[in-house]
Design a binder for this molecule. Structure first.
Ligand code: B12
Length: 276
């Protein structure tokens, strides 16, 4: 970790340091004990509001990260909502902007460059932004197949599984996002209530594996849920998607876009089985 102090933060906000902060792995001091260092005149990075190239997205991610470090939630929200208002699809905003910024925040937190308050603040602002994007995504749900999305019991990470639910909504599903730390009994009860066709379980860490396994076993034990599809994902599975096979899941995916594709294939295969 870089020695603490204001000069680094001042440099950070006045030049394009955030661009490298996003692009280069490693630690940097984003903390200061001197509040005046947090009052920046204006963000130093100006990303295009309709990013086209990977470089545009990187600049935009750097700018969002910078605004989160500066505790400027209004500009952070405006940056993202302006892009959506200018026609940038929410799917791109999720996967090319918000996801990389959250991953970078995780790295900065892991090596001590972000403290807990900075991480909590950034996550809260991102969740607020996701809520602002919801009207772009939700258009009613009569006659659509239902799906349930939840982080398993013991897992408090929800941004990813919420994105997954939003991708499903946009793909024509009637989604029910249950949030964090959801016991298997609640997942089963809601799946029955909604006659769900698919359950998406999210888990971030190795410690969540028993809860995933237990939840899938409980789903399979429920006779009324016979035939329901279960897919898994999240940090726990990203590097080992094949692990889903061994715990009784029907599929897994590394991100929200692929999750929807996997679900489509599974649904088609299931319909094929029924028509035979
Ligand atoms: C924000 C955050 C938190 C917040 C979460 C708050 C909230 N409202 O969500 C809080 C503060 C609660 C938290 C707590 C902890 N956290 Co945390 N957290 C993060 C952080 C920085 C961001 C998470 C995030 O939003 N990611 C962005 C989303 C978009 O990505 P995603 O989750 O991977 O989701 C995508 C895909 O995986 C996939 N996907 C997700 N779910 C599903 C489901 C299905 C079915 C499918 C198909 C796909 C899918 O699609 C998503 C979109 O593309 C991550 C860093 C990281 N790399 O993610 C650490 C991280 C996950 N946390 C970590 C740790 C260690 C913890 C704590 C143990 C810390 C502590 N000592 O207390 C606790 C555990 C709490 C608990 N019981 O769960 C580690 C986990 C390391 C590990 N492998 O074990 C990480 C990786 C940080 C790090 N670099 O070390 N955390």
């Amino acid at each position: 970790m870089v020695e603490s102090g204001g000069p680094i933060l001042r440099t950070l906000v006045r030049n394009e340091f955030c661009v490298s902060l996003m692009a280069t792995p490693g630690c940097v001091d984003t903390m200061t004990n001197d509040p005046k260092n947090l009052i920046a005149p204006a963000p130093a990075i100006h990303a295009p509001s309709t990013p086209q190239s990977d470089a545009d997205w990187e600049r935009m991610a750097a700018q969002l990260l910078e605004l989160l470090i500066l505790h400027d939630q209004h500009s952070a929200r405006a940056l993202v909502i302006d892009a959506a208002d200018n026609g940038v699809p929410f799917t791109e905003i999720y996967l090319k902007l918000i996801q990389p910024v959250m991953y970078r925040i995780g790295e900065l937190w892991e090596c001590g460059s972000f403290d807990v308050a900075q991480e909590h603040y950034a996550t809260a602002v991102i969740e607020m932004i996701l809520a602002h994007l919801e009207p772009e995504i939700f258009h009613g749900h009569s006659g659509r197949p239902a799906m349930i999305a939840a982080a398993v019991e013991g897992d408090l990470h929800v941004v990813g599984v919420r994105m997954v639910a939003d991708f499903f909504e946009a793909d024509g599903w009637d989604t029910c996002y249950l949030g964090a730390n959801v016991p298997s009994t609640a997942i089963i009860a809601e799946s029955l209530r909604r006659k769900a066709k698919l359950i998406a379980l999210s888990a971030s860490r190795e410690a969540n594996l028993p809860a995933v396994t237990q939840t899938i076993a409980a789903i399979h034990e429920s006779a009324a849920l016979e035939g329901i599809l279960v897919i898994v994902g999240g940090g726990l599975f990203k590097a080992r998607l094949h692990a889903a096979d061994g715990i009784g899941a029907d599929g897994s995916a590394a991100d929200a876009r692929i999750a929807v594709e996997v679900a489509r294939e599974l649904m088609q295969a299931r319909e094929g089985e029924h028509s035979q």
